[in-house]
Design a binder for this molecule. Sequence first.
Ligand code: PLP
Length: 425
Amino acid sequence: MTSASSQGIPRPIVKTLDEILPHEPLLMMGAGPVPIPERVARANSMVINHLGDVMASVIDQVKSMARYVFQTESKWVLGVAGPASAAMEMAVSNLLEPNEKILCINNGFFSHRMSEMATRVGAEVHQLDIDTHQAADPDRVEKVIKEVQPKVVTLVQGETSNTVFNHTLEEISKMAKRYGCLVVVDAVCTLSTMPLKMDEWQVDVVITGGQKGLSSIPGVSLLAFSDEAWNTVKTRTVPTAQWCFDAQLAANFWHNDGYHYTAPVSGIMALHEALKLVCDETLESRFARHLRCSKALQEGIEGLGLSLFIPPSARLNSVVGINIPDGLNAKQICRHISEVYRVEIAGSFGQPIVRIGQMGEQCREHNLFRTLHAFGSTMRDLGVKVDQPNGMAAMEAYLQSIPREGANKSSELQSYQRNDQSRQE
Ligand SMILES: *Cc1c(COP(=O)(O)O)cnc(C)c1O
């Protein structure tokens, strides 16, 4: 007999979290999770009863704030205990029954994930692969929709993995509706960082996570179904394979004060505070803040003498992809900037880039200056010739040229429109 079975499993000797965590906290400037505001952190430390009047009021407010952020009047806002991928899975698995057709517009790693989920549901999966550096082209999508006649079309607003922005989303969505498709949009990294109008653009399902644009915690996600999409969910002939992701069971908690599973109460409290901060700021000001900060960062990076991965016509502002100079790799860069400068940035899934996030709390001037300085210094330390003073000055000059959030709302909006215009030219 071994000693383990006679005396039980010995108690492990482990460190405290303080001993594991770095002395100086890392500034989280990667592709998520992003820094969370103090109010969100405090809310996340609470546990309350998952059922009852207090929770019902919290849920009510979460839903109404989510409707504002999604820009929808639809009743069918739901949350899910899980990553944004769980919300994606909930959309795909509730809308599709075995052998039904789905068209997945594939811009990269995350939009491809939706097709993997649809395959597991037993759907007939069609994919339209988009060139890495481009937004989806509505004419090409229309051709494929005509051919395939899918029940569901999925697309991503911002493909975080290669930093492409599908600025054609509105056009594609409205077009797909003309063919009777249900349109599912992954807005995980973009929601509350740039315009998305669920009702006006005729999107049927919008999906988001907590840890990106919303600046909440990872692990609690949100999605909204249009009335048409909800009707499809309700009239399914086969129940969903996964009990936890059954939207009709989830509606029991999210719409009837009833029990499905024990809700992630602390995470919902955090999400409540994150949404409240979005409402207080207003979407318009928030979009303007994101645009101003992301553009300033892009100016700064180019000012260093480095180049961006995606051309301006299809470039995502929520996550900025930077070409890696010859002779270096992403791992080296990310490790150095983290160890020496205490700034965390991200590598990529399959692209020769490093990525700096511009979502939620990442879009603050003090974070921009620290990050650009750390990034330029990292490049210099690793033997790349960069013009650090020029980069810092370019960023400062851009920030000075655009009024700060709240200073002049109408001109901020104009700047958004100018940006949109230059994209189309
Ligand atoms: C991060 C991300 C996801 C996945 O989110 P998880 O919380 O890791 O599941 C999906 N889509 C996009 C566009 C993302 O940026």
